[in-house]
Ligand binder design. Sequence first.
Ligand code: HEM
Length: 505
Amino acid sequence: MTPFSECPLLSLHMDSIICLLLSALTVLAVGVNRLRWSKLDAIPSVGPSGYLSSYYGAARFILHAKTMIQEGYDQYKDGFFKVPMMNRWVVVITGPRLLEELRKIPDERLSFDHAMRDLLQVKYTFGLEVQEQPYHVQVVRDHLRRNISQLFPEVFEEIRLSFDDIVPLRETEWVKVGAYSAAMKAVCRASNRVFVGLPICQSSEFEELQSKFARQVIARASLMNLFPTLLHPLTSRLLTNTFSSLRRCIELLKPIVDERLKKEELLGKNWPGKPCDTISWLLDVSSPEDRNVRSIALRILILNIASLHPLTQTFTHALFNLAVYPQFQEPLREEVKAVISQHGWSRESMSLLPKMDSFLKESQRVSTTTILPVMRKAMEDVIFSDGTKIPSGTHVTVASGPMHLDSRYYPNAYEFDPFRFCSSRKEALTKDSMNLSHISFGHGKRKCPGQFFSSTMMTTMMAYLVLNYDMKLENDGVRPPDVWFLMSCAPNRTAEILFRRRPTC
Ligand code: HEM
């Protein structure tokens, strides 16, 4: 008897049946979505909102999100509008008053976790357990913040070693450096010095693994989000396998975690010589079921996803802004020199650099990594004070990008004014502008717990660079174009900056 798989006629029929089934499922999914979307008809849309024409808007959103969000902002200031994505509409709120209202709505009603579940396809990329037992968030919020002063010398050493590797000390001529890859290397090594310690933080395989996992998760989730939700169990099987990275991370961290568990068993919880790093803190706070290498490796991967790309991208944007405006390097250098000669390199001295702090804030204001940093999903119908109803299941976000460029909050908003956030000039800014300047790190209770660590890292990296190097761009100082995909804005990944070692250092 001919087995099914060997019968050409039957396999032809099977292909047609699968095609028919997929088409039927797509039509069904589109129909179900349409029914759900009709509840949003009262909220104005950017672009066409018809049954099929909204897909034109969704396709446009993939590469032109910035323009579409700005269009909505200009038309519906201090109100609501919606933008289409391939598998959903997203409601965008604008203005400080609504932002404040959003902040007060509890997470059970407007959920950060459920929004991430959809956006990052958590179920198919790294698994729901990370959200169900978020003990790594507690570690970033409490332990990392508490120990950053103590760990500063190690972080600083890793930053120094990374940059000295990238631009060798003996070079006194201009050297071309890929800005993104240099920032990624320094960020990955310095963050992982705190996450997993020496020597593994310096391993190039570990560095590649961490950035690869983040790329895989984002690519997989972005592709899945182009298909209707009903098809996700199917599409997830066709896309990259993120679990191979987890397997390799487990292999690399197993000797470290096993040794720590063994020492704890023999010598007690606070055994002499216990490292002060994220692996130790994770083991300290995890439940008995999570005290194993798989769970710890998964959390290290997640912390790298949360930190590497936003930190690298934000810092690369700042590097480009510094190279485009070389006239600001000297005032920053003078400030760093004065503080370091008096206080040396420490976490505390990094907080004595108001010009540097303002420069980095201004860079985040004009060069965002995402135009919509705050994402929430309505878990029930939510009604705002003006009567606007956000139906259950809808994604809600904040138009932070256009607010950052609104002259109502920032005088000469389109001008790069590096010292506008310095205390001597703060009177030019309102309370709203100061609040908005932090929104790249999110808003309310679920705001980024790594903000303090990030600003320490960025200040230290930039202080080290301005003190030791001159920087400039080729091509007459024209800033390399950013790369927009959906709502994220990555700095150019291949552009180079010219570095020259300063003779005095
Ligand atoms: C410039 C760098 C960074 C930016 C722009 C950034 C931005 C954000 C944003 C926008 C959110 C969502 C907040 C919200 O929706 O209200 C977030 C969440 C988060 N970030 Fe960051 N982040 C950065 C660096 C880091 C670092 C270095 C870490 C870890 C050390 C980290 C860990 C996290 C975690 C764990 C969450 C989830 C919090 C939760 O589940 O409640 N981030 N970040």
